[in-house]
Design a protein around this ligand. Structure first.
Ligand SMILES: Cc1cc2nc3c(=O)[nH]c(=O)nc-3n(C[C@H](O)[C@H](O)[C@H](O)COP(=O)(O)O)c2cc1C
Length: 356
């Protein structure tokens, strides 16, 4: 069972990469991630000068990260100084993330290019500036250039069409959501925020938006490399994103919420989840199209009395109170609207009929 991905002549032992952020800031972090079983590496976004980030700048909740980080807090000279050692020691492809203007790229990209296996460009939502920005960076390097989409982009097909016409190789979909706000009720203030009180949101809560965008991009651009990003936490999430159309998958917030061992947890579990779902190889999944028509029958729920532990969740959650608590839940067809909610929430898979 192979997790290998071959893309643009690069070999990734598995499809999991870190996404740009604090975990890939600086030499020590990148060497530590190189020792994990990741398929590749990506740096924090590098610009000419070091970013001056107001602290505190990261808050974690159960399903989300809020952040007000900018680009790297190290300048271009730091990065050019450490990259020879990283390139000598690394054992996997390295993506270098850069931002933000053509003037920045003219200074950073020629100095970084010898060390990059590919570039990733962090973009903000500036529709008018996009064509020249992409033309600029692609004229400065012969390495593959992935343009990272902000979720503010309303028309992802226009975005991808524009970047391809101007020389980009592929897309990273996508960056954190925003602006959002995270509140400290006791202090009547935001917990973190920029000058306008804004923060940006990422983590498991944004996965459905990433999956849907990726599926739409893939449907319109069958052969373009796509790096999926947004809310990946488990091996299942990563494989879902590949089925949606991603060639590689990045993750950050889950590793911030659970620690960087989460990268190894996801990679180590890939073969098991692939076997459970009859996925021969990641390459074969890349060639499979996500069906946008649900495969469930939409029938009434059938409860398997052997699997049912009588936990009571179906009784509590049914919006029409179609279940009555007993030694095992008793279900009545005349109240049920076959919505599937009970089946999706049953922790032991004892209910079938609507979704599966
Ligand atoms: C603390 C933090 C810092 C980030 N810094 C960068 C950055 O420097 N460059 C960039 O392109 N994206 C940055 N991102 C966005 C992530 O790379 C990623 O696109 C986003 O968080 C969605 O993925 P996730 O849900 O797996 O975290 C940052 C995100 C967080 C949470």
């Amino acid at each position: 069972m192979s997790t290998k991905v071959e893309l643009l002549g690069m070999i990734f032992e598995n499809p999991i990469l870190p996404a740009s952020g604090p975990i890939v800031e600086g030499l020590e972090n990148l060497l530590s991630l190189n020792d994990l079983p990741l398929g590749g590496l990506v740096t924090k976004t590098i610009s000419v000068t070091a970013a001056e980030v107001t602290k505190p700048c990261i808050v974690g909740t159960k399903h989300m990260i809020y952040n007000t980080e900018l680009w790297s807090e190290m300048d271009i000279d730091y990065w050019v100084g450490i990259l020879p050692e990283l390139v000598q020691k690394k054992t996997k492809p390295l993506g270098i993330s850069v931002g933000y203007t053509c003037e920045d790229f003219k200074i950073t990209v020629p100095r970084l290019s010898p060390f990059a296996d590919f570039f990733e460009v962090s973009t903000h939502y500036n529709r008018a500036a996009l064509p020249d920005l992409v033309k600029c960076i692609t004229s400065l390097t012969d390495k593959p250039v992935f343009i990272k989409m902000s979720p503010h982009i309303e028309d992802e097909i226009w975005f991808v069409d524009t970047i391809l016409k101007n020389g980009a190789t592929g897309v990273v979909a996508f960056n954190s959501f925003g602006p959002g706000a995270v509140v400290d009720l006791s202090k009547r203030s935001v917990l973190i925020g920029n000058q306008d009180g804004n923060s940006w949101v990422s983590g498991p809560a944004i996965k459905p938006f990433a999956i849907r965008r990726i599926a739409n991009i893939r449907a319109h651009f069958p052969d373009m490399p796509i790096i999926g990003c947004g809310g990946v936490e488990t091996a299942e999430d990563a494989l879902e994103m590949i089925l949606a159309g991603a060639d590689l998958v990045q993750m950050l917030s889950s590793a911030l919420l659970k620690g960087r061992k989460q990268y190894a947890a996801v990679v180590d579990k890939l073969p098991k989840v692939m076997a459970e779902n009859d996925i021969e190889s990641v390459e074969s999944l890349r060639k499979t199209t996500l069906m946008l028509k649900p495969s469930g029958k939409g029938d009434y729920p059938v409860i398997d009395p052997v699997k049912c532990t009588n936990c009571g969740i179906c009784v509590r959650v049914c919006p029409f109170e179609a279940y009555v608590a007993s030694t095992k839940p008793i279900f009545s067809e005349d109240k049920c609207i076959r919505c599937g909610l009970c089946e999706s929430l049953c922790p032991v898979g004892a209910i079938s009929g609507a979704l599966r």
